[in-house]
Structures are given as C-alpha cells and as structure tokens.
Design a protein around this ligand. Structure first.
Ligand code: 13P
Ligand code: SF4
Length: 368
C-alpha cells in the first residue's frame, strides 16, 4: 500500500542517514517529493549535486539526463542512482550525437571556423582572439554525450533559468549559436534578446543543410535544432484566451519550453523555479493559470490555498517519464543501499564526463 511504501522509504532513509541524499525535481509526484532532501529546478539540482561530497550515494528522482549531470558534477567516489532507469526525456532523445556531429561538420564546412565580416575579414573579440563562426549551446535536457560535444567545441550548457545569460556568453565568443535540442527555449530566449525570427533558421537533420540555404545559415544568429517537449507543446493561445475570459485579471505563467505564441500571450515565462516564485511572491487572492507539468501545478495549488491556481491544459498533462519514478522504485533502491548494494546506477563514461564537465562548469561559472 502507499502507506507501507512510505514507511519503508522513511525507515531506509533513517538507517542510511547522511550517507545518502535524495534529490527530486519539481515535476515529481507528491509521494516522492515528500522524501526529497532537496527539490528544485534542473539548475538548482545540478548545483546541489556538487554540494554534497559527504554523501556516498545521490538518489536522483528526476529523469536520466539530470542523473547523468549529477554523476558528472559529483565526486568519482559517489554513486548516482536513478530509481527507474526507464525515466528518460523524449526531448533529450530528439538530438542524438551522430546527427549533431553531422550538423556541426556541415556548419563548419559552410561557414568556416571563424566569424567573418561581409568582406571576409576575420572578426575578433576584445582580446584580439578570432570569434568562432558558431558556438554550440545545449539545453540541459540532452545526453551527456552532447554536453561533451559542447565541451570539446567551445560550447556550453544552459537550463531554462539561465538561457539568456548563456546566450550572451556565447555571443561574446561567436557570431552564431547552434542551439539544441529545444527549438522553443532557443527561439523564446533569443527573441526576448531582440534576435529577429528571420535569423533563427530551424535545423532538420533529415534534410541537406538542415533544410536551409548556405545564405540563410550565413545570415543566422541562432540555428535551432528541431526538438520540442511533448508536454509543453500542448499549451495553446486558445487556452490562454479561455483562461482570461473565465478568470478576468488572472496571471498566466508558462514554461519557456512552450511554443512562442504561448509565451508571447502569457504574462511571464520561466523555469519551474520561476513559476513557483511568481506564485509565492503574489499578494493573496490572485488567480494563476499555469502552463507546465500537472504534478507541479497541483502541488502549487495545494501549497497556496490563498490563491486560485489551475493548469492551462484542462486535459491532464503529466510528464510521463518523470512519473516513472514510483515510490516502489525509491523504496527498493534505498533498501538495497541499506544492504550495501548499489542498483540502477547512472555512470557516465570517464572521457565523456570529462568533456561534459567542461561545458557544465562554463555554465556554472557564467551564471551569477
Ligand atoms: P526546469 O529547468 O525549469 O526545471 O525544467 C526542466 C524540464 O525538464 C522542463 O520540462
Ligand atoms: Fe523532458 Fe518535457 Fe518531461 Fe521536461 S517535461 S523531462 S522536457 S519530456
């Protein structure tokens, strides 16, 4: 029963004490969040993974790319455990290493390695170093192999809470950005920074030059991979119009993985932590229509009875892979740890981890 699982998790955690840290993403179900020592957005959880070298094991209740990141940022002696190894992310799967490598080879072939002016002279930064023609930026929601690709090629990782800061970092070093896997986060962030849509071509890996002409690529500022989140893609402007009609004066807050029209029609957009803070900072008695994963929206509603909070999508929209972290799996991995056994460990190959940590550390250093 749920009560038995709850008691098993509590008992195992008590017996493990400080040897184990349980981390949970905001999208986890309540029965998991109840046991998390730390809960946060993907950036905060990456920071936390570095902050607990005393723990022998980090049990990561989230999805695979987050656990990989925790493994890269934690010490070599620590084990990172993903309670259910089938908890992936469909967006992360939309960019595979081979396709990105092919795209990169095409871009370098077409644009050359360095930024150039129209007359062909090489552009330099304030120290006289040549600017790159393209800087690769990967969203945290990607495999460790792609973070390593960025580490090797002068690139960086971003999350939804720091994408603008990271794009500024990239533009200080290069003429263009190749942003993957999420086209929406890339487009929404670059648009808010003033990049015209015409300079944000989409890269479709099934077409030559991603479906673009060499001219379009030369003109580009941000080349967007064609990935998306199947949860956030569901939100529409019609839902926002309906929410505003039924709840005049309501505040619409959405995640930047939503399509551009939805972000434009909302009052604000930001990471899961931004959404939580927007609600927490409001005067009592507000109405919020939220465009993100349903477990988080329902928890916010329960935590803030002083507000009216509902999800923009009337049909339940869970992240099905986040939901795969069932309390049964958490109980099992913790009980195995009590017995001295590590199960469902996520272990990034050391050479990949080394390159990926370069790109992750660039992000951690770039974000104040
Ligand atoms: P955050 O970085 O906002 O926590 O988002 C992670 C995620 O997967 C959103 O779909
Ligand atoms: Fe991936 Fe979307 Fe789930 Fe986030 S909500 S983990 S992007 S599938």
């Amino acid at each position: 029963t749920p009560e038995q699982l709850d008691a098993m998790i509590r008992a195992a955690k008590q017996s493990l004490g400080e040897r184990t840290v349980v981390m949970g993403h905001f999208y986890q179900r309540d029965e998991i969040v109840a046991h998390a020592d730390f809960i946060g957005d993907s950036f905060q959880l990456a920071q936390q993974a570095k902050a607990h070298p005393e723990a022998e094991a980090i049990v990561f209740c989230g999805v695979h790319f987050m656990a990989e990141t925790a493994d890269i940022l934690s010490t070599a002696e620590q084990a990172v455990i993903l309670p259910n190894p089938a908890a992936g992310c469909s967006m992360a799967d939309m960019a595979d290493e081979d396709s990105v490598e092919e795209c990169w080879a095409d871009l370098v072939d077409t644009l050359g390695p360095h930024a150039t002016a129209e007359d062909g002279t090489v552009l330099t930064d304030e120290h006289g170093e040549p600017l790159a023609s393209v800087i690769p930026v990967t969203y945290m929601n990607s495999s460790a192999a792609l973070k390593a690709f960025c580490g090797r090629n002068g690139g960086i990782v971003c999350t939804s809470s720091n994408a603008a800061t990271v794009l500024k970092w990239a533009f200080a070093r290069g003429q263009r950005v190749l942003f993957f896997p999420d086209q929406h986060l890339g487009r929404n962030t670059a648009k808010a920074m003033g990049v015209p849509l015409a300079q944000m071509p989409l890269w479709n890996p099934r077409k030559p030059l991603g479906g673009n002409s060499a001219e379009q690529l030369r003109d580009a500022r941000v080349i967007l991979w064609h990935g998306f989140c199947s949860v956030h893609r569901r939100f529409t402007v019609a839902q926002i119009e309906q929410a505003r009609a039924e709840h005049p004066g309501c505040t619409v807050v959405v995640h930047p993985e939503c399509p551009m029209e939805v972000v434009d029609a909302a009052d604000s957009a930001g990471s899961t932590d931004h959404i939580r803070k927007a609600v927490a900072a409001a005067e009592p008695g507000q109405t919020f229509a939220i465009g993100t994963e349903i477990n988080m929206v329902n928890r916010l509603a329960a935590e803030h009875p002083e507000h009216t909070i509902f999800c923009l999508d009337p049909v339940i929209c869970p992240c099905s892979t986040m939901y795969r972290i069932h309390p049964g799996y958490l109980a099992w991995v913790l009980e195995e740890l009590v017995e001295g056994r590590v199960v469902n460990q996520v272990s990034v190959q050391s050479d990949v981890a080394e390159d990926a940590s370069v790109a992750l550390e660039r992000m951690l250093a770039a974000v104040p």
